[in-house]
Design a protein around this ligand. Structure first.
Ligand SMILES: [Zn+2]
Length: 110
């Protein structure tokens, strides 16, 4: 097998890999089916983790974006935007970037 993947032993939850025929920690025999299932659940966990990260990006983005808007909007509307105000426009852009990042991650399939 050239494609060795790491997964958790279904019995003792230690990290092992697909090149083994039994767990090196608890000696549980590992059939191909067992390995396949373990890898699938590992992938599922990775997906969940990435979804949570995407949500975090989204929330941070919305927060930063909102702060940028709240601080710079009066200046923008009143035409009194100073150099300092442009920093907050930067915040809006960073916020939008994070929102995009989060949305992209959430829309991603598999
Ligand atoms: Zn084990």
């Amino acid at each position: 097998m050239s494609d060795i993947k790491v997964f958790k032993c279904p019995n003792c939850t230690q990290y092992i890999n697909t090149s083994l025929t039994e767990c090196k920690f608890c000696k549980t025999p590992l059939s191909n089916e067992t390995k396949q299932k373990a890898i699938e659940s590992e992938n599922e966990n990775t997906k969940l983790y990435r979804r949570n990260m995407s949500k975090k990006h989204l929330l941070i983005g919305i927060g930063v974006f909102t702060i940028g808007i709240v601080i710079s909007l009066p200046g923008l509307l009143g035409g009194t935007l100073t150099n300092g105000g442009f920093i907050f426009i930067g915040l809006i852009l960073v916020g939008l970037g994070e929102i995009g990042n989060g949305l992209f991650g959430l829309m991603e399939r598999d």
